[in-house]
Ligand binder design. Structure first.
Ligand SMILES: Cc1cc2nc3c(=O)[nH]c(=O)nc-3n(C[C@H](O)[C@H](O)[C@H](O)COP(=O)(O)O)c2cc1C
Ligand code: SF4
Length: 488
């Protein structure tokens, strides 16, 4: 845990104090003193680059709800979430949520599946979002909606929330142990990979038919696409060299271009990573998880199981391959990239900086603002090197009341093209719209990173903001979550 107690951002009353805190932490996070409102706001400026046009700089990140039917169709809660995505006023909807390309590739038994039997309800989900968006912004002009396509790979749990059914690309010395995989657990064959590539093609064709503007070929958070990038130790066509580790992406893109030429293609990438973290058992007290510590083992150096990490010091990022990857995206004619980091399964403080840990996490090993700054800095470096790409940044929710001020500065200073909002959308979808419309900010709806939206699904319940959204708080699931938290 950080040596000094972490300052609760909710108690910081003004920008001057926030900036003082950034200086004390020696962090470089841009932050404006005043919000610019109306069409002059950097966050409301349309973006037009090559064939991509987006009506403003607000992006809604994919946020899964663990609330589909067991055969992968959306429910009323899913529809409600997509309506709220629409209410945000954001003109870039990055995939809505991770939608599996096949039943076995689901991360949970309530994940949506991109298949014909779900087609009508997926189309309804999109239509509801558009209708709400039009109510808020007045039109669909400049609205770009994607569908995030995924296979969960190592983190598949398609049939029961407590039954993991991993599909792995290589043996990982730390994650295999964590998943309790026996020594003879099978590694996916190249033939199995080829079938999954075809499933991506079919899912993309469906998304195109349903009117989505683009598909995101998910390469983040430890799921299959991301695992390919670190498949250094895998033999055959999909492992080893950079070319082989990106063959999956190349073949997915090739098929989509042939089968649905008009469909946009985007990639969400965990551009940097670190080793898995565990709670420090020696510092757990009063039923509270200990602070996160890295799982290190000298025998694993050079570290050959990460992407965007320095093999000699895997707790440090190395951008050489992320640069190469973005260069590949340009060669493939992909213009839209959404940068994120790490994984919610093995280093959540990197992926979604939070003050309060999820039930399977650990106390913050650092001030969560350091995690925000890390993702912003990485994004700035990649964006500077690739000015022709349209770059979305992630991990802003921890900034809480200061999010609009940082978002405005980040776009204004060219650190990023669009600011992507995740958890904050669950509590307060219209935050950036309110901020840019000169409406008063509703501080009671600000996400305080309690992590219940992650804890709930870890306990087999739908995700949502239990502390601040009465739809969840007052539901049966809300009462169940309270009981489960008390008893654990
Ligand atoms: C409940 C929950 C569900 C999420 N679902 C997805 C998802 O389906 N796809 C994805 O790429 N990221 C997903 N994320 C990650 C977010 O998109 C985002 O990267 C992360 O929360 C950090 O951004 P934030 O600080 O704005 O929350 C999810 C995060 C949470 C908390
Ligand atoms: S449960 Fe609500 S307040 Fe907590 S992190 Fe999730 S969205 Fe934020």
């Amino acid at each position: 845990m950080s040596a000094t107690p972490i300052l609760r951002l909710g108690s910081v009353k003004n920008i001057a104090r926030f900036k003082e805190h950034l200086r004390a932490l020696d962090l470089s996070i841009p932050c404006d003193d005043e919000l610019i409102t109306g069409p002059g706001s950097p966050l409301r400026k349309p973006l037009s680059r090559h064939e991509v046009t987006i009506g403003n700089r607000i992006c809604i990140q994919p946020m899964e709800g663990w609330d589909g039917t067991t055969d992968g169709r959306p429910t009323e809660s899913t529809f409600r979430r997509w309506q709220r995505f629409g209410q945000s006023g954001g003109k870039l909807i990055w995939g809505g949520e991770a939608v599996a390309v096949c039943h076995e590739g689901r991360a949970n038994p309530n994940q949506l599946v991109a298949s014909e039997h779900a087609a009508a309800s997926l189309a309804r989900m999109r239509a509801l979002l558009v209708a709400e968006h039009c109510k808020v912004t007045g039109s669909e002009d400049g609205l770009l909606i994607g569908l995030q396509l995924t296979h969960s790979g190592r983190f598949c749990r398609p049939n029961a929330h407590d039954c993991s059914e991993p599909r792995i690309l290589y043996r990982h010395p730390l994650l295999d142990r964590r998943l309790k995989l026996p020594a003879d657990y099978p590694v996916m064959t190249d033939g199995e990979v080829e079938l999954i590539i075809e499933q991506f093609h079919r899912a993309a064709a469906l998304a195109c038919k349903l009117g989505f503007d683009f598909v995101d070929i998910k390469h983040c958070h430890g799921y299959l696409g991301h695992e390919f990038l670190s498949a250094h130790t895998r033999a055959g066509r999909y492992g080893g060299t950079f070319e082989n580790r990106t063959r999956f992406l190349q073949e997915v893109v090739e098929g989509i271009r042939t089968q649905c030429p008009g469909l946009g293609i985007a990639v969400r990438l965990s551009a940097v990573d670190t080793v898995p973290y565990v709670p420090d058992a020696t510092r757990s007290a009063n039923g509270k998880l200990g602070p996160g510590i890295p799982e290190t083992d000298e025998r694993l150096i050079p570290y050959r199981w990460g992407f965007g990490v320095d093999p000699l010091n895997p707790q440090t990022e190395n951008l050489d391959e992320p640069f190469q990857f973005l260069s590949l995206l340009e060669q493939l004619g992909i213009r839209l990239v959404n940068l994120t980091a790490g994984s919610p399964y093995y280093n959540p403080h990197v992926q979604r900086p939070a003050l309060y840990p999820p039930s399977d996490g650990y106390q913050p090993p650092e001030d969560p603002l350091i995690g925000v700054a890390r993702q912003m800095d990485m994004t700035r470096k990649l964006k500077q090197r690739f000015p022709n790409l349209v770059v979305v940044g992630s991990a802003y929710s921890y900034l809480q009341d200061f999010l609009p001020f940082v978002a405005q500065a980040a776009v204004r200073e060219g650190w990023v093209d669009l600011v992507g909002i995740g958890r904050m959308v669950l509590t307060y979808p219209e935050l950036l719209w309110d901020a840019t419309e000169a409406r008063a900010i509703d501080h009671k709806r600000i996400c305080r990173t309690f992590s219940d939206c992650t804890t709930a699904p870890r306990k087999g319940l739908p995700s949502g903001c239990y502390p601040l959204d009465s739809y969840y708080k007052d539901s049966e699931a809300g009462m169940r979550l309270t009981q489960l938290k008390k008893s654990s």
